[in-house]
Write a protein that binds this ligand. Structure first.
Ligand SMILES: Nc1ncnc2c1ncn2[C@@H]1O[C@H](COP(=O)(O)OP(=O)(O)OP(=O)(O)O)[C@@H](O)[C@H]1O
Ligand SMILES: [Mg+2]
Length: 312
């Protein structure tokens, strides 16, 4: 069963000459963890806002939990939870009060509310801080509380817009674990946006890579990486202009891409090829500053499709 069905969705903001979301289509299965991965301005938040009924699309359709986001807003809203990119807690209230207020809005009865409150506080490990005002929470604790608030009413679909933006690595990993736990224990469908390759890779069964309003690839992280192939050898070169095409002469190089001072070569058994690569570089008068051998990451996938790095 589909939790989300998006068909030919387009959004052009008034005054903009371009489409922020440019005719995208995708579906997310019930219980799936799905990521929209892309750089700043790719259109991720715009897409999430349409799916959560906060923004009207210019054209196209979207269904969430079986309901049309245009025609059946109330049913969509009852079926979803949202964690916004921008923090949206009431800082003057305690963690418990924030959660309680939200649960009341959803009309959850007292007994159920109290049970659920303890449950979600436990999951995000905030039991001890429940009665402290949010103003005194750390960034990671605030984000954890927002996550708890997003699913206290047991939504079918949970939207997380940049759930770990600005958090340190350790806190980020903890939040990843909460998200996983939530998906495991409650079977909630999760749609998250991120520019964090590792986040999408670690959490999601499928990833839609978004750039300039379009979904340019949609696959499992593994298939996306397999698409790039085996080993990648990146050479950092001294500034100056060189004919990087010389690397094409190496018959084991199956593909190559040059980008700001780097050239990345694709090949099998890169570990055995480095001496030959260095030799060719030397003959061509190219000075190599550093060499890096790795398996493809989603970053390489992005580079492959766009010719740019995601963090520019
Ligand atoms: N209210 C608005 N009015 C006009 N243009 C907007 C508005 N909101 C977003 N945009 C533009 O739409 C494009 C997509 O923005 P969006 O916020 O959806 O990107 P994003 O992928 O979420 O980026 P980020 O990773 O920075 O959060 C950008 O070019 C942005 O400037
Ligand atoms: Mg955004």
């Amino acid at each position: 069963m589909w939790a989300i069905e998006v068909k030919d969705l387009m959004k052009r903001y008034r005054g903009n000459g371009f489409a922020a979301v440019d005719h995208i289509s995708f579906s997310v299965e019930s219980g799936e963890m799905f990521a929209l991965l892309g750089p700043n301005g790719a259109g991720k938040t715009t897409a999430i806002k349409i799916l959560t009924t906060l923004l009207k699309p210019t054209s196209g359709t979207a269904k969430v939990a079986g309901f049309d986001v245009g025609k059946d807003k109330d049913s969509v809203r009852k079926s979803i939870g949202i964690v916004f990119q921008e923090p949206s807690l009431d800082w003057r209230l305690t963690g418990r009060e924030n959660l309680d207020f939200h649960a009341r809005i959803y009309g959850i009865g007292r007994e159920e509310r109290e049970r659920r409150l303890e449950e979600v506080l436990k999951l995000v490990e905030l039991e001890d801080k429940a009665d402290v005002v949010v103003d005194k929470y750390s960034g990671g604790m605030k984000r954890s509380l927002e996550l708890a608030r997003g699913f206290i009413h047991s939504p079918k679909v949970l939207f997380l817009d940049e759930p770990t933006l600005g958090l340190d690595t350790q806190t980020r990993r903890r939040i990843w674990d909460y998200i996983r736990e939530l998906n495991d224990s409650e079977g909630v469908t999760i749609v998250l946006t991120t520019h964090h390759m590792e986040e999408a890779d670690y959490l999601c069964e499928r990833v839609g890579i978004m750039d300039r309003g379009k979904i340019i690839a949609l696959e499992t992280p593994k298939n996306l990486k397999d698409l790039i192939g085996s080993d990648l050898v990146s050479l950092e070169m001294n500034t100056g202009s060189y004919e990087v095409e010389v690397f094409k002469k190496l018959d084991f190089v199956t593909d190559f891409i040059a980008h700001e001072g780097f050239v990345t070569l694709k090949m099998e058994r890169g570990d055995l090829r480095i001496p030959a690569i260095m030799e060719v570089a030397k003959l061509a008068g190219i000075e190599i500053k550093s060499v890096n051998l790795r398996k493809p990451s989603l970053e390489d996938v992005f580079l492959h499709f766009t010719g740019r790095r995601i963090r520019e």
